[in-house]
Design a protein around this ligand. Structure first.
Ligand code: GDP
Length: 141
């Protein structure tokens, strides 16, 4: 039996500013992800700090949370078999200089911080991140 998995992705403010939303969503659909839920919103600095709490002690925490609260985001709940790992592969490496050809970061990221897209890094992280942005009824599909 196939086991479907869910993951959370964010099209970050740099990619929204570059009019990359449509291209990135097309990549999700072409690569077999089903879009369960999607919305465009802007988060506060405080909300960005909550979302990235795991990075609170990192030197880039302040600039990262400034960046993530600097403009509109598009957040999506995606589903497919092996969704967490497959999305990470489609995104490419955190630093676009190391991202493989054909990945979203290779095409759209500017630098290691302004890197176009977020994707959950594990199944438990995905559960936290999905519930951060979506209410239960929005994912009841
Ligand atoms: P990801 O899972 O590939 O997004 O990477 P991480 O979880 O390690 O980091 C979260 C986000 O913080 C990244 O997507 C970048 O936007 C930012 N980031 C990570 N490493 C660095 C860094 O060394 N410098 C800066 N300025 N930002 C970073």
């Amino acid at each position: 039996m196939k086991t479907l998995q869910r993951t959370l992705t964010i099209i970050k403010p740099d990619a929204v500013r570059r009019n990359a939303i449509g291209d990135i969503i097309e990549q999700f659909e072409k690569n077999g992800f089903r879009i369960l839920a999607m919305k465009m919103l802007q988060i506060s600095k405080h909300q960005a700090e909550q979302f990235y709490a795991v990075h609170a002690s990192r030197p880039f925490f302040n600039t990262l949370t400034d960046f993530m609260s600097s403009g509109s985001l598009v957040v999506l709940a995606l589903e497919k078999e092996n969704a967490v790992a497959d999305l990470r592969k489609l995104m490419g490496a955190t630093n676009p200089a190391n991202a493989e050809d054909g990945t979203i970061r290779r095409k759209w990221a500017t630098n290691i911080e302004h890197n176009a897209i977020h994707g959950s890094d594990a199944e438990d992280t995905a559960r936290f991140e999905l519930s951060f942005f979506f209410a239960g009824y929005e994912l009841a599909k």
